[in-house]
Design a protein around this ligand. Structure first.
Ligand code: HOZ
Length: 431
């Protein structure tokens, strides 16, 4: 079964000549599912349209930002309005103040916020601040968590690093990762051992509160609380990477959902409404170390870009004023997972469905997935066959076993039913 993607094919042939792998981020290549990428021409609400005019129900949502769906009217209007006033000033603006005030209002653990341009930049900066604050160098990250492509963090990294086979990227000097310790997700004792083995040396623990870059792996009861205690005991800072979970699980993100207060948090995606953006923030005493007040230097020409701020503020204001959006997307997520579960049981498949709220994942393994090792037991060939079928039927999922399925406020129960029907057809064909 196939769809006509001739124009995408032609574009890909041109792209590989001038762009590494033909894509500007590895996760966009369809290499891990043995295909060539489709090239997207436009988007509206919950749909994407490729260059050959094939429509797809979009279950990626630009990897998270499009929580309201594509081209939400109010966000689009806000961007248009801002563009009449200029795209970038490289100077302080009212919008940046509004954005920081809004984030501080919505997330209790945030007392101060600094805007940057991506999640990668946010995490790199947060680590620098943690090191500056504690005067210590080592950091703990968890296997399979992905925190962008900063040198120090490409150690057992999730996301594209898992499917391209470069969890430990070449080009990263040993010195850059010498202070990165890795622990097992959901295994407090492995984090404890790092503290034991490196007494007085650890600046921070960095974690995705819900791991959403090795598929979707939920924190076990007490894991995040345990990390909080470990950090307190060892005078280290706890950093939540909320680039995916921030303003998605609920308005105050994973820290609110799990009731654990990090010292610092990092953001991206939703806070830009689809424009390139990132942010880090947290305790005032820690953030006060950032230049020009303190001596931790961090800067950016386009940081707090007015168009991005306008889009992000508008999206966050909508989420704040319309809590029913969370009810809707979380209920859709639950219906999706229940529907998948029924199919898995009906055909006795060696698969499982995981997720929380509007984030889901189907793992092609029977082994319960709680960490990097168990995630890697997934059968990626089976995933690839499933992916191809679903794409041909007009369902646009991430072309990787190790990414999340994202739902937006634009999705409907009809979309979910259609997708479940296509899924059922695939598994029936496999019998
Ligand atoms: N966190 C996203 C993938 N898991 C980032 C998207 C990208 O790397 O392009």
């Amino acid at each position: 079964m196939s769809i006509k993607t001739e124009k995408s094919r032609q574009l890909f042939q041109r792209a590989v000549q001038v762009i590494p792998g033909g894509v500007n981020s590895p996760v966009r290549a369809f290499a891990s599912v043995g295909r060539e990428p489709v090239f997207i021409k436009s988007a509206r609400d919950q749909y994407l349209y490729d260059e050959d005019n094939n429509p797809y129900i979009d279950y990626i949502g630009s990897w998270g930002p499009m929580i309201l769906g594509h081209n939400e009217e109010r966000v689009t209007e806000a961007v248009k309005k801002q563009m009449e006033h200029g795209f970038s000033y490289g100077a302080a603006t009212r919008l940046e103040v509004q954005m920081a005030e809004l984030m501080v209002e919505l997330v209790p653990s945030l007392e101060m916020v600094r805007m940057v341009n991506s999640g990668t930049e946010a995490v790199m900066s947060a680590i620098r601040v943690a090191r500056g604050f504690t005067g210590k160098n080592k950091i703990i990250k968890f296997e399979g968590c992905y925190h962008g492509h900063g040198d120090a963090l490409l150690v057992k990294a999730g996301s594209g690093a898992m499917t391209t086979g470069v969890p430990d990227s070449s080009g990263v000097p040993f010195g850059c990762v010498a202070d990165t310790l890795t622990a097992k997700y959901n295994d407090l004792s492995s984090a404890e051992a790092c503290f034991e083995n490196h007494k007085g040396e650890i600046a921070c623990v960095l974690v995705e509160p819900v791991a959403a870059n090795m598929g979707v792996v939920l924190p076990k009861e007490g894991f995040l609380q345990g990390l909080r205690k470990l950090c307190d005991k060892n005078n280290a800072l706890l950093i939540f990477d909320e680039v995916i979970t921030g303003f998605r699980l609920q308005i105050d993100g994973a820290s609110g959902y799990f009731g654990v207060k990090p010292d610092l948090s990092t953001y991206g995606k939703i806070i830009g409404g689809g424009m390139p953006v990132g942010a880090y923030g947290g305790r005032k005493d820690v953030m006060s170390l950032v230049a020009p007040v303190g001596n931790v230097y961090q800067a950016g020409t386009l940081s707090g870009n007015p168009v991005a701020m306008r889009a992000g503020i508008t999206q966050l204001e909508i989420l704040k004023k319309e809590p029913q959006i969370y009810e809707k997307i979380n209920a859709l997520g639950q219906s999706f997972r229940q529907g998948v579960q029924k199919i898995l049981e009906k055909y006795s498949l060696s698969c499982q469905v995981t997720g929380i709220g509007s984030l889901s994942c189907i793992f092609f393994t029977k082994k319960e997935v709680t960490d990097y090792e168990s995630a890697k037991t997934a059968n990626t060939n089976e995933f690839a066959a499933y992916f191809s079928h679903m794409l041909a039927k007009g369902n646009y999922f991430a072309p990787s076993q190790f990414e999340a399925i994202f739902l937006s406020a634009a999705h409907t129960m009809e979309n979910i039913q259609k997708t479940l029907g296509d899924m059922q057809e695939h598994f029936e064909n496999c019998m």
